[in-house]
Design a protein around this ligand. Structure first.
Ligand SMILES: *[C@@H]1O[C@H](CO)[C@@H](O)[C@H](O)[C@H]1NC(C)=O
Ligand SMILES: *[C@@H]1O[C@H](CO)[C@@H](O)[C@H](O)[C@H]1NC(C)=O
Ligand SMILES: *[C@@H]1O[C@H](CO)[C@@H](O)[C@H](O)[C@H]1NC(C)=O
Ligand SMILES: *[C@@H]1O[C@H](CO)[C@@H](O)[C@H](O)[C@H]1NC(C)=O
Ligand SMILES: *[C@@H]1O[C@H](CO)[C@@H](O)[C@H](O)[C@H]1NC(C)=O
Ligand SMILES: *[C@@H]1O[C@H](CO)[C@@H](O)[C@H](O)[C@H]1NC(C)=O
Ligand SMILES: *[C@@H]1O[C@H](CO)[C@@H](O)[C@H](O)[C@H]1NC(C)=O
Ligand SMILES: *[C@@H]1O[C@H](CO)[C@@H](O)[C@H](O)[C@H]1NC(C)=O
Length: 466
């Protein structure tokens, strides 16, 4: 008995030691350049009756296209260790279109809401009448329509937008947008300009993998409480080890505009027979303020605040009227979905957001970060009601072919001991190659590897206009 207890605490120490990020260790190597193949799958709602919708108010009909699959390569660049147990880096992500896994090609032409235009009109809603009129005539002259026809490649990676181009020329320098092209993942193929400072686990293992500062700030500037502004969260790759079923884990992603809590759902078994805990967002994570008063801090200008099932990311998207939801409006009132023809009822199997974590080591084993991006449209002539136009959803996930042996060995040991240490015997997985174990990695919004390791996040980028 004493042997078992001693052994367990020894294992804990070994695990803490092995997972800690140190320059030159193998764990560090895997974290910096994960041996995984994450991917992002994009689904696009093609509007097939844009003219009827605009001209005589018919119900919009959408055709869900995709997936358009991109394989990603991740690497952390410009890694700098600090004396206080933190490390700073810039995340690099390179995307390659994978035609074999995709249903469709990048040249497919789709009809989607004109996000720059709708953003501009939504912002001028409260402007003086002459401004609105001026804007309307500019739109007329430039022949800007509420729906645009672009290729999938352009929609994702950028196309020249006449409004953004105009804005670049006429708007005062301080308010200038950073770009004149619009694309959901515009400028995302490469090294992120954001500096992330993360705890390495040295000194305090309970903060292992948590973000200390994002671009030098430990709080977001957007919301009304410190809890809602906090970025103390994982980027989705590694988590503080020794978690229980009561642990709430958090992931932060810039495009999500907040940290997302996840709670234990069930035990799962990944490939290589490694058991993991599946964490999903609590059902009330995007509940309205009436249903979950804790969400009030996310609505600094409210009311009105986002309805249940939606999260307003306007403040992170240059004030564009963008709301996130889960795919197919999962967890939102069904009336948002049935306002369109062509969106099937949500199915938790296909649309739930989750991440599987090896609880003892805190390593992400698999993840599907599924998010849908919606554009809020206000009621206007012709259209009976306002609503939320679904744009795309981007489940990201990664499949890892197989894990390095050292990693599975360590995980085997980790999983055979706690949490219920029945039947542990000394004959078990003996410390085979314990040298640096691995560990995974990932990055915000994305995640890790291993068995099927992955994770991801939403990505979007929407500039707005003057
Ligand atoms: C998208 O819809 C438009 C018409 O609304 C159609 O012309 C186009 O072929 C569709 N795109 C695809 C890839 O099906
Ligand atoms: C909507 O407009 C189209 C032509 O754009 C017309 O053929 C159709 O009959 C109209 N539908 C209704 C319900 O008015
Ligand atoms: C690398 O990181 C250091 C410290 O975080 C920073 O001062 C430097 O500008 C960065 N270099 C690049 C090229 O981003
Ligand atoms: C650790 O040091 C880095 C670099 O000096 C600093 O940016 C960061 O805020 C520090 N973090 C803590 C928790 O002290
Ligand atoms: C991303 O950049 C790499 C080179 O840096 C290029 O080979 C690849 O085609 C780009 N991906 C996309 C989707 O543009
Ligand atoms: C989890 O929380 C419940 C109720 O708060 C408690 O009864 C239980 O012992 C906790 N379990 C663990 C593993 O901490
Ligand atoms: C979203 O947030 C912005 C900025 O706080 C606000 O102006 C807008 O009204 C909000 N939209 C909804 C639907 O809550
Ligand atoms: C969904 O919305 C409809 C119409 O706005 C409303 O009548 C209904 O009560 C809502 N359902 C739920 C479950 O909130």
């Amino acid at each position: 008995m004493i042997v078992v207890i001693f052994f367990m605490s020894w294992v804990k120490l070994v695990i803490n030691h092995e997972v800690t990020l140190r320059d030159g260790s193998q764990a560090f190597g895997w974290w910096a350049k994960p041996p995984v193949e994450p991917s992002i799958k994009v689904y696009i709602y093609n509007v097939t009756n844009a003219d009827e919708f605009l001209n005589n108010g018919s119900k919009p009909i959408v055709d869900e296209l995709g997936p358009y699959v991109y394989i990603e390569r991740w690497e952390k660049k410009n890694i700098t260790f600090h004396d206080n147990g933190t490390v700073s880096f810039h995340q690099e992500k390179i995307y390659y279109f994978d035609e074999s896994q995709s249903v469709g090609i990048e040249d497919d032409v789709v009809v989607i809401p004109n996000i720059p235009m709708l953003s501009a009109t939504s912002q001028s809603k409260h402007a003086a009448r002459f401004l609105r009129l001026a804007m309307a005539s500019i739109m007329d002259i430039l022949k800007i329509k509420p729906f645009v026809e672009v290729s999938v490649g352009q929609l994702l990676w950028g196309y020249e937008d006449p409004l953004l181009k105009l804005a670049k020329d006429v708007v005062p320098k301080e308010q200038k947008l950073p770009y004149e092209e619009f694309g959901l993942m515009y400028n995302k193929n490469g090294t992120s300009p954001d500096t992330v400072t993360m705890f390495t686990g040295a000194g305090d293992i309970t903060k292992y993998g948590l973000i200390d500062k994002f671009n030098g700030r430990s709080k977001l500037p957007h919301y009304t409480s410190d809890v809602c502004n906090s970025v103390e969260a994982s980027d989705g790759s590694i988590f503080p080890p020794h978690m229980t079923k009561n642990t709430t884990i958090y992931i932060f992603d810039k495009d999500l505009c907040r940290r997302l809590p996840l709670v234990f759902e069930k035990e799962v078994v990944g490939s290589d027979d490694i058991p993991a805990y599946r964490f999903t967002p609590p059902d009330d994570v995007f509940a309205s303020v009436e249903e979950n008063p804790e969400n009030a801090c996310f609505c600094p200008q409210g009311p009105p605040c986002a309805p249940s099932g939606f999260f307003n990311v306007s403040l992170c998207q240059f004030d564009s009227p963008v709301l996130l939801s889960f795919p197919h409006f999962y967890m939102a009132n069904d009336s948002y979905r049935t306002a369109f023809e062509g969106i099937s009822p949500p199915d938790p199997e296909k649309h739930k957001f989750y991440i599987d974590v090896q609880p003892v080591m805190g390593t992400a084993m698999a993840a599907k970060a599924r998010v849908q991006i919606n554009l809020a449209v206000s009621p206007s002539r012709g259209h009976q009601t306002g609503g939320y136009f679904p744009g795309y959803h981007l489940p990201d996930h990664m499949g890892l072919s197989s894990l390095p042996k050292e990693m599975t060995n360590l995980m085997g040991l980790a999983t055979s001991v706690p949490p219920h240490s029945q039947g542990w015997s000394f004959g078990g997985p003996i410390l085979p190659g314990w040298r640096d174990v691995d560990h995974s990695d990932m990055a915000v919004g994305e995640r890790s590897q291993q068995v099927e390791f992955a994770a991801s996040t939403p990505r979007s980028h929407k500039p707005n206009t003057p």
